[in-house]
Design a protein. Structure first.
Length: 461
């Protein structure tokens, strides 16, 4: 069978005129069979011992091996030249001939194995769980065990059947690196790729939560990986009363939400050691804005001017502007300025004495409000201007004041001359029950008799 330095080979004759070598491969891998068969068949005859040495001496370098792989054996066929003993077909078919044998010993040099595959499946606060796969090439000799090194010092040896190890004697806050070696009869093989382990605790709180997507029906979050998570597998939880997310991605999106509703979310991360601290965030979905308020209008015979103020509710986001329609046709977009309280739009070159329906809508990133409407007509061209109307009103007021004053004066004079009779153009003055004759009529003088019957003379026009 097999030792550390020889390989059992069986030989015989097959009917197609080829010489067949068969060796036990139950302890070999397919990785090295081609190289091994070439080494045996192509090597110098000095590597061959026993009865077949003469065959190799005679036909060395004159054949190409054909290797067939079975479950437990490898078959190599060669076609040599004439048998040196004159056997039929150039092959030794006589069991009594020294060329025929059922066994030949061939020297076989074994090597160390290739590197195994080492990896970690769990990292805790004070421990790490390691696993590994066998090397792809065993060096021509079965693997008999493994040696694990931590920080370049061997910490444990294992039998060939062992494939994992829990190292639970570690110190939190310290980094460790590991390497694994496979061992066969030739010794320790190549070291595995080194892995570095940083011990972990429960994850820290999720911070830097960014609301990267927000509409009236959608909320999207993204966040940074929490501290103290190291290389451990992290599971994220985003929970609220209405929706939730559980997964390994550091972002999530919630759809089909209710507009203008406040959602309260809790964020936390979980690893194999437990849950980290929760972080809370409130987000209100967007909505369409309300209509503008205090819509006013003014007109001339050819233009109309509209004025309004921003809505009280903007839809939980900044307004972008206002859409102005005339008879359902968009005629102007007015940009919203944050600290401005009044906005306006003017529409000129209109027909006189014509009614128009105007609508003004508030606009944000979701869309436009329903809009507030106003019906207004341009004025006629022959309409008295506002200035002329003002002049007329003022003039009428002055006339009324003057007339009132004259009436008051007249009433006052009538009161002063009560019970007195004035006679002009005669020589007779009549007062109450008597008369006075002054002689010649002068035509421009008037004599008055007051209540005390005392005459007086005044000019009267």
């Amino acid at each position: 069978m097999v030792s550390s330095s020889t390989l059992s080979v069986y030989a015989g004759v097959v009917l197609d005129g080829s010489l067949q070598f068969v060796w036990d491969r139950s302890h070999l891998t397919k990785f090295n069979l081609d190289a091994l068969s070439h080494q045996i068949i192509k090597s110098n005859a000095s590597t061959v011992t026993g009865a077949f040495k003469n065959v190799f001496d005679n036909f060395n370098g004159k054949f190409t091996p054909v290797v067939e792989y079975n479950s437990n054996f490898v078959t190599t066929k060669i076609t040599p030249g004439p048998c040196p003993h004159g056997c039929q077909h150039g092959l030794c078919t006589n069991s009594k001939c020294e060329c025929f044998s059922s066994f030949i010993g061939v020297a076989c040099n074994i090597t160390t194995s290739s590197k195994p595959n080492l990896y970690s499946t769990f990292t805790g606060r004070n421990s790490v769980n390691l696993k590994w796969d066998a090397p792809k090439y065993d060096g021509g000799s079965p693997i008999i065990g493994y040696a694990l090194h931590r920080n370049d010092v061997i910490v444990q040896s294992f039998k060939a059947s062992v494939r994992s190890y829990l190292d639970d004697s570690l110190v939190y806050g310290t980094s460790y690196y590991y390497a694994l070696y496979a061992i066969n009869d030739a010794g320790a093989g190549q070291a595995s790729d080194r892995i570095t382990i940083s011990l972990v605790d429960v994850p820290g709180a999720i911070t830097s939560i960014n609301t990267h997507l927000l509409t009236n029906v959608t909320i999207g979050f993204a966040w940074n990986k929490p501290e103290q998570s190291s290389t451990s597998q992290i599971m994220y939880y985003v929970l609220s009363d209405d929706v939730s997310y559980v997964g390994t991605d550091d972002r999530c999106t919630f759809d089909n939400l209710i507009p203008n509703k406040q959602y309260k979310f809790s964020f936390f991360a979980e690893n194999q050691l437990g849950n980290g601290s929760a972080t809370h965030k409130q987000v209100v979905t967007l909505s369409y804005p309300d209509d503008p308020i205090d819509l006013l209008s003014d007109s001339t015979d050819s233009s109309i001017k509209l004025m309004w103020s921003p809505p009280t509710f903007t839809g939980n986001c900044i307004l972008s502007g206002y859409d102005v329609y005339r008879d359902d046709i968009l005629i102007e977009n007015v940009k919203h300025i944050g600290n401005q309280n009044t906005f306006s739009a003017s529409n000129s070159d209109l027909n006189s004495n014509t009614p128009y329906v105007y609508k003004v809508q508030s606009v944000n990133k979701i869309g436009a409000s329903r809009g507030v409407k106003v019906l207004i007509s341009t004025k006629s061209k022959n309409t008295i201007s506002d200035f002329n109307v003002t002049i007329i009103i003022v003039s009428a007021f002055v006339v009324v004041i003057v007339a009132t004053f004259l009436i008051a004066v007249y009433a006052f004079r009538c009161t002063k001359t009560k019970n007195t009779t004035i006679v002009r153009a005669t020589n007779t003055f009549v007062a109450d029950d008597f008369s006075i004759n002054f002689g010649q009529d002068t035509g421009d003088e008037t004599f008055l008799i007051d209540k005390e019957n005392k005459p007086s003379k005044r000019k009267f026009f």
